[in-house]
Ligand binder design. Structure first.
Ligand code: LMR
Length: 394
């Protein structure tokens, strides 16, 4: 039977992780997969997560099943974290998923169930796994212009023109903050223009918000998502706790479907539970429970927010250090965009050949499209990277 299988293309990001591990050089820098690392190169367990896990170990007296959509308390906590008071809670269906990727997958399946002919508009570029999942599900993809190779900012006119070609029954996938892979984001006025296009076309937005708290702060990063949710009749939101709680391997995410009224919410909630049952039955609980405990306990929440702010400010510091070093070494402002970008990533905007040269000559690993994980740097490796970038002639 299985001899009929064909080898599948390796995920570029995960393949890079392996190449880095296999590289025997002493000096090498991993700017590949989107994982935060502290100054010592460690991806730490956050303090509040440790405390909550400790409490959980002491207090948890059963590991029996929760609900198909996860513990409702997790749903409430996440809806509040992402949406605040933007829409009535009773209008939001929420289902826990295995990580943000699980939420993305469930969202696309939901769309396919509702509208088998839906097209999904995705930014060019987008997170490669968006494209991979869409292809796997056989959903038609339409690219919209996003990254401006010249400015390394958003090609907003191009984006808007392309989004205007969407119609009712289409889905427009947006990155709520900290665009992956480019790091280039819309400003508030531009988000308002996007909302206008959503209203004019009737297309449904889906917001992937995997990095809330990594850009300009927890509320600022959710501002566009909240505004969109309040401005259109329906929207989907795929949220992840992998990065902002640092619980990558616990696979903790949440799919939300916002609708206009409670009866649509009921139908959505039932459908999300059904989809979970078909794909994996009950979602993972450990990370979700830890997140719920943190969000519902004043002291744990304050400690978590403080540590998240430290992480965010560390990344901002690394951005300005790198932009500053490159300004000095190149004698130009052409790398200023690195300080303007937000989130874990910046797209350097160079060729795959240059990316390969950085790897071969300097042991610097970044994704082939020149996406660098800023959080993979530290104060010592920034100057090494800056010199290497100039050395290879970028
Ligand atoms: C990334 O983009 O590096 C992360 O979201 C990790 C992943 O699963 O690809």
């Amino acid at each position: 039977m299985f001899e009929t299988l064909q080898a599948q293309p390796a995920d570029k990001i995960l393949a890079l992780m392996q190449m880095y591990k296999d590289d025997p050089r002493d000096i090498k820098i991993d700017l590949g997969v989107g994982v935060y690392k502290d100054a010592t190169g460690l991806t730490p367990v956050m303090r509040a997560v440790k405390s909550a896990e400790h409490q959980l170990w002491e207090q948890q007296d059963s590991k029996s099943y929760t609900g198909l959509a996860g513990d409702p308390a997790f749903g409430d906590a996440m809806v509040q974290l992402v949406l605040g008071d933007a829409v009535p809670r009773g209008n939001v269906a929420a289902a826990a998923t295995p990580g943000g990727t699980g939420a993305v997958r469930q969202a696309f399946e939901l769309v396919q169930m509702a509208r088998p002919d839906a097209r999904v508009f995705v930014s060019d570029p987008t997170w490669p796994n968006h494209l991979s999942i869409l292809k796997y599900l056989g959903i038609e993809v339409v690219n919209y212009r996003y990254f401006d190779d010249e400015t390394r900012g958003v090609d907003f006119d191009g984006m808007l023109a392309d989004l205007k070609t969407a119609k009712q029954g289409d889905l427009i996938l947006l990155h709520g903050c900290c665009h992956n892979p480019t790091g280039a984001n819309l400003n508030a006025a531009q988000w308002d223009d996007v909302i206008k296009v959503l209203q004019d076309t009737g297309a449904t937005p889906m917001i992937d918000i995997a990095y809330q708290g990594f850009g300009d702060g927890l509320d600022a990063d959710a501002a566009a998502t909240r505004k969109i949710a309040a401005a259109v009749p329906e929207c989907l939101i795929a949220a992840s706790c992998s990065k902002n709680f640092g619980i990558y391997r616990e696979r903790t995410g949440m799919l939300m479907a916002v609708s206009l009224d409670a009866s649509a919410q009921k139908l959505n909630q039932g459908t999300l539970a059904f989809l979970n049952r078909q794909n994996f039955s009950f979602p993972p609980d450990h990370g979700a429970r830890v997140v719920t405990m943190i969000l519902n306990d004043d002291a744990l929440r304050a400690d978590w927010m403080a540590e998240l702010e430290d992480i965010r400010n560390t990344m901002l510091g690394l951005r300005s250090q790198l932009a500053g070093d490159l300004q000095r070494l190149s004698g130009s402002d052409r790398f200023g965009f690195i300080a303007q970008h937000r989130g874990m990533f910046s797209r350097l905007g160079t060729t795959p050949e240059m990316v390969e040269k950085l790897r071969a000559d300097h042991g610097i690993y970044m994704v082939g499209d020149s996406r660098m994980n800023i959080a993979g740097l530290n104060a010592t490796t920034v100057p090494i990277l800056a010199r290497a970038i100039i050395d290879v002639g970028i």
